[in-house]
Design a protein around this ligand. Structure first.
Ligand code: SAM
Length: 331
């Protein structure tokens, strides 16, 4: 039953973008004036549950809800509660989400109650003014409240920060001390050329090899084999006693160990974050009540998962490698 792609990689990790909408407009992620999907095009929560369940039956062990902002999807907790039955049955090993933290103070306790153990919170700066500038609409205090609530509920948090030249490169040491000091790991991410934004990505792009060299002036970093099922490569940080992860889609792609596929809120399956090819699962989902058509469509899609992505950010390639924004497929 396992899903194996043409390169022998076993697909055990599904990321689901439950909405393309977000209450932030991070400048490296979205244009200010975004056109979102009409509500009628979205799969219902029941349909999303059915799709996820078929993936779990086909070998998915780790499910991450993302977006857009997953916690702004109406009644998303109903979906999470439903999906948690697969944790109870042992079919699913981990149910988690990536969030901007803005709604966490409302939902943290319920997430923990549903069996969610760890979440990723995206946070690119600890300075309230810079935070408002980068998110265009966000308030740092609200996110901090959310982080407090999540820790109080017993959720483990990993902080994700996109490394941006001239914005947070000099602040990463402080973010690392703060995160590790609160018992949270930090992962830094290279910005990827996805979708048109109102800025030039060449100005923002910071290779993490450079960031690591700078960090090594202040911290003792030791490579460790630690893995969370995602693409980050981790180091131990002697001075903080915590961990720091590097996600390097630009300088060192990690496609050879890719175990992931991504489902959008309209039922489109992307087999690679960095390629345009996709498979429509909504038609087979809606055509029949049984899951055979759907299962066949998933097999067919996995059968053409590409070897990898080839993101480029430079002055000569002045356009995104893929036209869709990260908010469509989720991080
Ligand atoms: N709203 C949620 C959040 O903020 O985490 C989930 C969706 S968001 C698209 C997921 C992650 O993708 C965030 O950590 C965000 O910073 C990151 N991201 C967005 N656009 C990106 C880009 N072009 N390159 C790299 N990371 C990006």
């Amino acid at each position: 039953m396992d899903m194996i792609d043409p390169f022998g990689r076993s697909i055990s990790y599904l990321r689901v973008s439950v909405t393309d909408r977000c209450d932030f407009r991070c400048t490296y992620c979205m244009a200010e004036d975004m056109a979102f999907l009409p509500k009628k095009d979205l799969l219902s929560l029941e349909e999303l549950d059915r799709l996820c369940t078929v993936f779990i039956e086909k070998g998915v062990k780790k499910l991450r809800l993302t977006g857009g902002e997953p916690l702004v999807r109406k009644n998303v907790m109903h979906l999470i509660r439903q999906l948690s039955r697969h944790l109870g049955s042992g079919a699913l090993e981990e149910l988690t989400l990536t969030t901007n933290g803005s709604q966490l103070s409302r939902f943290a306790a319920e997430l923990a109650d549903c069996g969610v153990k760890r979440i990723n919170v995206s946070l690119d700066t600890l300075d309230p003014d810079k935070f408002h500038a980068i998110t265009r609409w966000g308030h740092l205090a609200k996110v901090m409240e959310g982080i407090d609530a999540a820790q109080a509920a017993g959720l483990h948090i990993k902080i994700n920060a996109v490394a941006l030249k001239g914005f947070n490169d000099t602040e990463i040491p402080e973010i690392l001390r703060w995160a590790n000091g609160r018992g949270m790991d930090l992962t830094v991410i290279e910005t990827m050329p996805m979708g048109e934004i109102d800025a030039d990505r060449t100005d923002q792009y910071l290779p993490l090899s450079l960031l690591r060299a700078n960090l090594e002036r202040q911290f003792t970093l030791t490579d460790i084999p630690f893995k969370t099922g995602g693409p980050a490569r981790y180091v131990d940080v002697a001075e903080t006693g915590g961990k720091l992860g590097f996600i390097t889609p630009m300088t060192h792609n990690f496609c050879e160990s890719c175990n992931r596929v991504r489902l959008t809120c309209t039922g489109t399956l992307y087999m690679c974050l960095g390629q345009e090819d996709a498979a429509d699962l909504r038609a087979p989902l809606r055509t029949s009540e049984g899951n055979e058509l759907l299962s066949n469509a998933i097999d067919e899609a996995i059968g053409r998962k590409p070897k990898g992505h080839d993101f480029i950010i430079d002055r000569r390639t002045n356009r995104p490698s893929v036209s869709r924004h990260m908010s469509v497929t989720g991080g």
